[in-house]
Design a protein around this ligand. Structure first.
Ligand SMILES: [Mg+2]
Length: 290
């Protein structure tokens, strides 16, 4: 019988978490709430990225890997473009692969929209789209929403970058997320979320892509995430051990400082303390909206 992968929550204690973290050959980490909060590096994030082989898996559908790498750089964190696995870009690829040749209405903005323009046949103004792609469109208008509702009512397929309703913002506020846009569309065309192809977590596809990139088996990796609903579920579905970090979970710094670095990348400065700024953040960058 198939056994469920390990899940380490705060109640299991830091020693157990460090043991699992230290034994892993590679790390798959969520971004918001684990490595960054409101665009600022979380203590321990810099050390984690320097010391361990990491892939970064996020439901972000605003940024591409290139622009998010720049956000990381602004927060003092070094990551390579190829280490990011993002729901927005993955949703564009999913439309391309699953619905070849179908005209697409893309609810997306910025770099993700530019990516869709390069990859997909976007529907002209007088054309009924065969697919509605729903990302975190920061330029959403009433007209676009109405067009999407009518396309869906006429039978267009729906591809959803992620089902999240919000993501955390500074000061206890929230940013609206992709799932909230879908909730509005679904209500207006009487569809449920199950009627959309969901690309981001809790779907395990991005985690599987990260494993392939890291060239490790699921049980040899560890997933760090702050959201049990999406991160823990995606990790479990992909067979990757999970540690709850951030929020109600462990502080990233206590995990990184205490773990023996089995899958580490030895290099200069590895033995030094975490680079903490006086305010407790790690070389803080500018806050950003994701
Ligand atoms: Mg998160």
């Amino acid at each position: 019988m198939k056994t469920s992968p390990i899940q380490i929550l705060a109640a299991d204690g830091i020693d157990r978490a460090r043991q699992v973290f230290g034994a892993a050959r590679a790390v798959i980490s969520d971004i918001d709430g684990v490595l960054l909060v409101s665009g600022r590096a979380v203590p321990g994030a810099g050390a984690l990225l320097r010391r361990r082989r990491c892939a970064l898996v996020s439901n972000n559908s605003t940024h591409t890997a290139r622009t998010l790498r720049d956000v990381f750089a602004g927060a003092g964190l070094a990551a390579r473009e190829q280490d990011f696995f993002l729901a927005g870009e993955a949703a564009v690829r999913a439309v391309h692969e699953r619905f070849p040749g179908k005209s697409v209405l893309a609810l997306a903005s910025g770099e993700v929209l530019a990516c869709a323009r390069r990859t997909l046949p976007l529907a002209g103004a007088d054309e009924t789209p065969g697919v509605v792609l729903v990302c975190r469109d920061e330029t959403l208008t009433f007209e676009k929403l109405q067009r999407a509702v009518n396309a869906l009512r006429a039978g267009a397929a729906a591809v959803l970058a992620n089902p999240d309703l919000t993501h955390p913002a500074a000061g206890g506020r929230v940013h609206l997320e992709t799932g909230a846009i879908w909730a509005l569309l679904a209500a207006a065309c009487r569809r449920t979320q199950e009627a959309a192809l969901v690309v981001g977590k809790p779907c395990p596809d991005l985690v599987r892509q990260a494993l392939e990139h890291l060239a490790v088996a699921a049980h040899e990796a560890v997933f760090l995430g702050d959201t049990l609903q999406t991160d823990a579920r995606a990790a479990a579905a992909a067979g990757v051990p999970f540690i709850h970090v951030g929020g109600e979970g462990f502080a990233l710094s206590e995990l990184v400082e205490g773990g023996s670095m089995a899958g580490g990348l030895p290099g200069p400065g590895d033995d030094g303390p975490l680079d903490e700024a006086p305010d407790g953040s790690e070389r803080g960058g500018k806050p950003h909206d994701h």
